[in-house]
Ligand binder design. Structure first.
Ligand code: GDP
Ligand code: MG
Length: 162
């Protein structure tokens, strides 16, 4: 049993997901949160924040040579963003599946971008693209104590019930 639990814990992953200002402005917060929640992933951190342009540049540092970098950073810092950490087995890769392709014209129907967005510059959501970026992005947006693993909640709820 303990071995099973340890194996399970080893597979647990966390990813950074953000609803960009267009998604927030269009009233899509609950729609997006709901898709991750119904899949079975656990929300371990969430906050509303307007990132500064410097912060947006840090977040998208990998893209600094791209022609759209400046506009992208202006846009990310243009209004409230919902920053989140989601946890679950395979959440990094499957989170990207739920989100869909970068260009909403190429995202499959049934994905967040496929169903809810039209153009690449306003594709409503960000998700980490691998384990290293997930770690870096979580550290950039959150302090370790902001993350609330659900295992702790399970213990608290069990105590309340007993
Ligand atoms: P993602 O991981 O699917 O979000 O895609 P990338 O990491 O490649 O790009 C980050 C963000 O930059 C995308 O989500 C888009 O909002 C934006 N972006 C990517 N490619 C383009 C492009 O060709 N034109 C514009 N305007 N924005 C782009
Ligand atoms: Mg990316």
């Amino acid at each position: 049993m303990l071995q099973e639990q340890e194996a399970h814990a080893a597979q647990m992953e966390q990813t950074f997901i953000a609803i960009k200002p267009d998604g927030v402005q269009r009233g899509l917060i609950s729609e997006i949160v709901s898709r991750f929640e119904r899949k079975g992933f656990k929300l371990v951190a969430i906050k509303v924040v307007v990132p500064s342009k410097e912060f947006a540049q840090k977040h998208y540092h990998d893209l600094k040579e791209r022609p759209f970098f400046n506009g992208l950073c202006d846009f990310l810092s243009s209004g409230p963003v919902i920053a989140m950490v989601w946890e679950g087995e395979g959440v990094i890769k499957y989170g990207r599946k739920l989100i869909g392709a970068t260009d909403p014209q190429k995202s499959e129907p049934g994905t967040i971008r496929g169903d809810l967005a039209v153009v690449v510059g306003r594709n409503i959501i960000h998700g980490s693209d691998g384990p290293e970026t997930a770690k870096d992005e979580i550290n950039l947006w959150f302090k370790p104590e902001d993350l609330v693993p659900h295992k702790e909640w399970d213990v608290i709820i069990a105590r309340i019930k007993s």
